[in-house]
Design a protein around this ligand. Structure first.
Ligand code: GDP
Length: 458
């Protein structure tokens, strides 16, 4: 069956140095032959060697559209495993559109979002977890997330999961064979052996799950709550952090009506800052509720930044907050260092042992130290980028959890002395859950869901 030929603008639709139009499919070479003219007018580009670059012009009929470089990549050594052509044209939005239109007029159709990667998957060049990593690469909000996605692309997740699946399949096959042929294969002592194997695999899956927690921090940002009494300087701090010199990535509407979440980038790390100052009110009672509400949010935060107004003595609310953050990742800021202060580090340390920094939100001092401290906390020993397996995708995480649950059922069955065919049913579900992560036996609609998350042209 002939694969129709798809085309899209692979680079951003904004003015830039070059724009790339990508064409893939059985007619990709015919399409480019129709619209490209090089120096030697008689030579067809499709007759040239694969993986070569050609300088010339794109023509729409007799009209010269743009001066281009054409990358010729014949199947199967291409991203999609199909004949692929990339046209590097000038990066103006109008030019890119004109070239794409010309390509489409001459035999290609516009690609669906993610369709190139979908083809790479369907043609067996990449597995599903790699395909999903491409989405992550595209969506990466910062350098660190990019690194983690790339490490997944290298196939580390794939390998661990394949290994676990291989071993599970081996045991399933053994049980089935033994049940079929009890005269020759004995299951004597086997349940104990299986127990040890399953226990082991469970641990491996658990550690993949743990790394998925780190993955969440890397990908979505560190959920951060700023706590402190009214007037301590929380809003001022937030303003300094999101100030003009630091890019505001996006504004997300908070999960609840009265909380605003702001996403900021601190030297490559994304912080999701919950602006609890927004729930402040002028009446005392309500202010108290404000602090309580803030603490509720802080309960689920990855990081708490606790702001103390160092120019006034500590009071009950401060003690309450200090008690609350004892077992959390927290940084304490002694704010208003530009005034004469009455609270110092040794005093605070009597109550709670955390990193304590002196800052002035008003004068923008100590902020660099705060940034460095945050980076240190999350990247010193706790999260590393090189060999770690990051599963940055919620779907993966759920499937891993399903697999672990199935394996726990196997262990229960063994403990309860259930018949052997009970084991293989749950082993099989674990096998299937893991298979879904790497795209074996996936439903079409699941695939479409995944691929439609892609940008056009990838
Ligand atoms: P919030 O209620 O915790 O959000 O506190 P705000 O950020 O609204 O600050 C309360 C008051 O303290 C405002 O008048 C700020 O200008 C002031 N303030 C905040 N940070 C500093 C600081 O570092 N030094 C001084 N002198 N005043 C500050």
């Amino acid at each position: 069956m002939k694969n129709d030929t798809i085309a899209a603008i692979a680079t951003a639709m904004s003015p830039s140095g070059i724009g790339i139009i990508r064409i893939s499919g059985d007619d990709a070479l015919e399409v480019i032959d129709r619209i490209y003219r090089g120096k030697n007018k008689d030579k067809k580009i499709s007759d040239c060697h694969t993986h070569t670059i050609h300088y010339g012009y794109i023509y729409d009929g007799d009209e010269k559209i743009d001066e281009v470089m054409v990358l010729l990549m014949k199947a199967p050594n291409t991203y999609t495993r199909e004949d692929t052509v990339e046209i590097d044209c000038h990066g103006g939005v109008y030019v890119m559109k004109r070239v794409l239109e010309t390509v489409i007029k001459n035999g290609a159709r516009p690609a669906e979002p993610g369709e190139f990667t979908k083809r790479a998957f369907l043609n067996g060049r990449i597995d599903l977890s790699q395909a999903e990593s491409v989405i992550d690469v595209i969506n990466s909000k910062n350098d660190f997330a990019l690194k983690s996605s790339l490490s997944q692309l290298s196939g580390t997740v794939l390998n661990s999961i394949k290994e676990i699946r291989g071993e599970l399949l081996h045991e399933i096959a053994f049980i089935e064979s033994a049940l079929d042929d009890p005269e020759h294969i004995s299951l004597e002592g086997y349940p104990q052996k299986l127990y040890a194997i399953v226990d082991n695999k469970c641990r491996e899956i658990d550690s993949l799950l743990k790394s998925s927690d780190n993955g969440r921090i890397l990908k979505e940002g560190i959920n951060t709550v700023i706590l402190g009494k009214p007037n301590a300087g929380k809003s001022s701090l937030l303003n300094v952090l999101v100030g003009t010199d630091r890019a505001i990535v996006t504004d997300i509407a908070g999960t609840t009506r009265d909380v605003l979440e702001e996403q900021i980038n601190l030297g490559g790390i994304t912080l999701n800052l919950v602006d609890t100052a927004g729930i402040r009110n002028t009446e005392d009672v309500v202010e108290k509720i404000g602090v309580k509400k803030a603490m509720e949010h802080a309960g689920e935060a990855d990081l708490v930044i606790y702001v103390i107004d160092a120019s006034v003595p500590l009071d009950e609310s401060d003690f309450e907050i200090m008690d609350f953050i004892k077992n959390k990742h927290a940084i304490i800021l002694l704010n208003k260092s530009d005034l004469s202060t009455v609270v110092d580090e040794p005093e605070v340390r009597k109550y709670v042992d955390k990193t304590i920094l002196s800052i002035s939100a008003r004068e923008n001092s100590g902020i660099k130290e705060l940034e460095d401290t945050i980076k240190d906390m999350f990247f010193k020993g706790q999260v590393s980028f090189n060999d770690e397996i990051y599963i940055t995708n919620i779907r993966h995480k759920n499937l891993l959890a399903d697999a672990a649950n199935s394996l726990k059922l196997v262990m229960n069955s063994i403990n309860d002395d259930m018949p052997e065919d009970f084991y293989s049913i749950d082993l099989m579900s674990a096998y299937e859950s893991l298979g879904l992560i790497i795209g074996e036996s996936v439903e079409d609609d699941l695939m479409d869901e995944i691929f439609s998350k892609f940008c056009m042209g990838k």
